[in-house]
Design a protein around this ligand. Structure first.
Ligand SMILES: C[S@@+](CC[C@H](N)C(=O)[O-])C[C@H]1O[C@@H](n2cnc3c(N)ncnc32)[C@H](O)[C@@H]1O
Length: 192
């Protein structure tokens, strides 16, 4: 089952100007973003070939920028936050990394492309429908907010597209934990 994750990082830096020495301390919440990269793509057996992560970086200095990590063609995925942040830093610096692509694309455009790829879109939301009652197809797209959640305009866009709101449990979890939960649930479904 293919999974495309999209994290809307409202403060994620849109240039390689964050400190790798203080991911949580410098603006942009690169620590959160780095954890999402690891959760979506890392496995001890190598990059998850069934997964893609798109980061929509909406923070200063020049948003929006998207960085997409395509597990099926990546050669390796770091397992440390600093390593994942360094990969993002390099991609934003224009360094070519197999399977990692930087583009100038808005959240709206990134979502539209998911639709064009015929991916059913699920919006991960604490108050959505219990994920265990939802039937996921062969391929699915999952949209997540950052520490602030999704803004009303983005929610409006997703509602307009009839993206189903799916809950992973009754607590607000970290975005990276949500990705791990989805990975686990789909892995278990696939094994049945
Ligand atoms: C740290 S949470 C955001 C918390 C934020 N204060 C809010 O109220 O939305 C980050 C993202 O993870 C996803 N998320 C968190 N808990 C969830 C849950 N129980 N079920 C589904 N998605 C969840 C949502 O997409 C959320 O925007």
């Amino acid at each position: 089952m293919f999974r495309a994750f999209l994290l809307k990082a409202s403060e994620g830096r849109s240039a390689p100007d964050f400190s790798l020495k203080s991911l949580a301390g410098s603006p942009g919440r690169t620590d959160l973003i780095a954890r999402c990269i690891i959760s979506a793509l890392y496995s001890t057996k190598g990059p998850r070939k069934d997964s893609r992560l798109t980061l929509v970086l909406e923070g200063s200095p020049d948003p929006p920028v998207t960085v997409t990590f395509e597990g099926s063609i990546m050669e390796s995925v770091p397992k440390s936050e600093v390593g994942a942040a360094k990969m993002l830093f390099d991609a934003l610096s224009g360094i070519k990394i197999r399977g990692v692509k930087m583009e100038r694309k808005s959240f709206e455009r990134a979502v539209a492309e998911m639709r064009e790829q015929q991916l059913p879109i699920f919006y991960l939301h604490e108050e959505g429908e219990d994920s265990r009652g939802v039937s996921f197809g062969k391929d699915s797209a999952f949209i997540l907010g950052d520490q602030k959640g999704l803004d009303p305009q983005s929610e409006h866009l997703l509602d307009g597209l009839k993206a189903k709101r799916v809950s992973l449990g009754p607590y607000p979890y970290l975005a990276s934990h949500c990705i791990t939960i989805v990975q686990s649930e789909l892995d278990l479904l696939e094994k049945r």
